[in-house]
Design a protein around this ligand. Structure first.
Ligand code: GLY
Length: 301
């Protein structure tokens, strides 16, 4: 059996190397995915995830995260969670059982505290200064586009696929706003028999198409990971443009049970992949004349 990783944005490159090491040493897909995401959550120079994430309209850094095990289809998710180090680890702790898998706000915080998860104020001095400056500059505060979610999809030697996600959501979002990232089927989905998918971009758009489930469904219907990712994004992008005149940013990664991967996007997008044969690689994707063009990423990380 093979192993493989795909993760969103170049911020996940070092996490992808770490996840690859876990899988190469016979670790589980769950450990690899959650470790990859939590490394990004801990890095203050990444401004859309965890520590250093951008605050909401009231100056609070409020986080969302999700996790899914493709063998059992069990998932865990937290949303609108404040004051804890790693939403993805808390999400993972919620997968057992058939109830109470998705907790929000005060309920999520109470669960995290009672289960010993590490607390952390995720508002860095840099993020606070940016927030104060923008608050002064803007008469009316509106949500900004900063919504780069970290997503990991992993396949282990046992053939298990997992998905894990984490974000601070939109900068200046309305308190209580939740995007796609913690929502199974939209922000992530994993089924070890068909494939896994996870999304980044404007959550409100991704939710309209249940984008991750759409791609996994296409893989179940026989499309390759690459075809499924592009079909899911392109169809939703076209539908939103037809119905509403525009479509906001959406990018999607997919991973098939054989370790092959795919990407669909309607904007410039970076991602990393790893497997035994090719090692860890960083890529860029862009839409050029209606086609998704994927290239090795040539700039410095
Ligand atoms: N995709 C992250 C969000 O919209 O919150």
């Amino acid at each position: 059996m093979t192993w493989a990783v795909i993760a969103t944005w170049k911020m996940a490159f070092h996490g992808t190397e770490t996840a690859a090491g876990i899988l190469e040493n016979n670790g589980t897909a769950a450990d690899a995915a959650v470790t990859g995401v939590s490394l990004v959550e801990d890095e203050p120079s990444f401004h859309s995830v965890g520590y250093g994430g951008r605050p909401d309209r009231t100056g609070h850094v409020v986080l969302d995260g999700g996790f899914m095990d493709g063998d059992t289809l069990h998932f865990g998710a937290v949303a609108a969670l404040e004051g804890f180090r790693s939403p993805v680890n808390i999400a993972r702790s919620l997968i057992s059982g058939n109830a109470n898998n998705f907790l929000v706000g005060a309920g999520a915080a109470a669960w995290a505290e009672s289960h010993g998860f590490e607390k952390r104020d995720n508002l860095t001095e840099e993020a606070r200064e940016i927030y104060e400056r923008e608050k002064e500059r803007l008469k009316e505060l509106t949500a900004y586009d900063g919504h780069d979610t970290v997503c990991f999809l992993t396949l282990d030697h046992n053939g298990t696929l997992c998905a894990a996600t984490s974000t601070s959501g939109l900068f200046m979002k309305e308190p209580g706003r939740v995007g796609d990232t913690p929502v199974p089927g939209s922000g992530f989905y994993a089924d070890s028999e068909c494939g896994a998918a996870a999304a980044t971009g404007m959550g409100e758009e991704i939710l309209k198409g249940a984008l991750s489930y759409a791609a996994v469904f296409f893989m179940k219907e026989g499309y390759s990971a690459m075809e499924a990712a592009q079909k899911a994004v392109d169809e939703l992008d076209a539908k939103l443009k037809k119905r509403n005149g525009s479509a906001n940013a959406m990018s999607l990664i997919t991973l098939a049970p054989d370790g092959s991967w795919g990407v669909g996007t309607n904007v410039d997008f970076t991602f990393s992949t790893a497997d035994k044969e090719h090692g860890t690689q960083l890529w860029s994707a862009a839409k050029v004349n209606g086609k998704t063009v994927i290239k090795a990423y040539e700039k410095e990380i």
